[in-house]
Design a protein. Structure first.
Length: 121
C-alpha cells in the first residue's frame, strides 16, 4: 500500500496542511478521504524536481478531487490576497488538504481566513 511522501498536520477536522506533495501522493490523499487540494506553492520554486501545478491538477482530476492553484511567494499575505483566496476556495468540498514547501504558507492562509476555507457540505 502506498503512503504519503510528506507528513501532514491537521488544523481542524476539515483542513489539513503539508509540504510539497508528489503526483503519486494525490491518489493516496484521495484514498484517505480528501475531496479537495489547494496548491500554495509557485511553480518552479523548488527547482526542476518540483512537480508543476498542471501535473498535480491532472492527478487530482483523475482521482476525482477538486483542485485550486493559489501560489503565494511569502508569508506576507495582504487582505486582498485573503479575499481572493476565499473566493477561489469558496465551494471546495471538505475535507481539504493544502500544501506549499513546508505547510507554512498554507497554514498562514487558513489562519488569515479565520479557519473558513471551502464549504462544509
Amino acid at each position: 500500500m502506498m503512503t504519503l511522501s510528506v507528513s501532514t498536520s491537521s488544523l481542524c477536522p476539515e483542513f489539513t496542511v503539508c509540504g510539497q506533495i508528489s503526483v503519486n501522493d494525490v491518489a493516496v490523499l484521495a484514498r484517505q478521504g480528501f475531496r479537495s487540494i489547494i496548491n500554495n506553492r509557485p511553480d518552479g520554486e523548488g527547482g526542476p524536481g518540483q512537480p508543476t501545478s498542471a501535473q498535480i491538477q491532472a492527478a487530482a482530476e483523475a482521482a476525482g478531487l477538486r483542485y485550486v492553484y493559489f501560489p503565494v511567494a511569502s508569508l506576507m499575505i495582504s487582505p486582498e490576497k485573503v479575499d481572493e483566496y476565499q473566493r477561489q476556495c469558496a465551494d471546495l468540498p471538505h475535507p481539504v488538504v493544502a500544501f506549499c514547501r513546508s505547510g507554512g504558507r498554507a497554514s498562514a492562509l487558513f489562519q488569515a481566513c479565520g479557519g473558513q476555507v471551502g464549504c462544509a457540505s
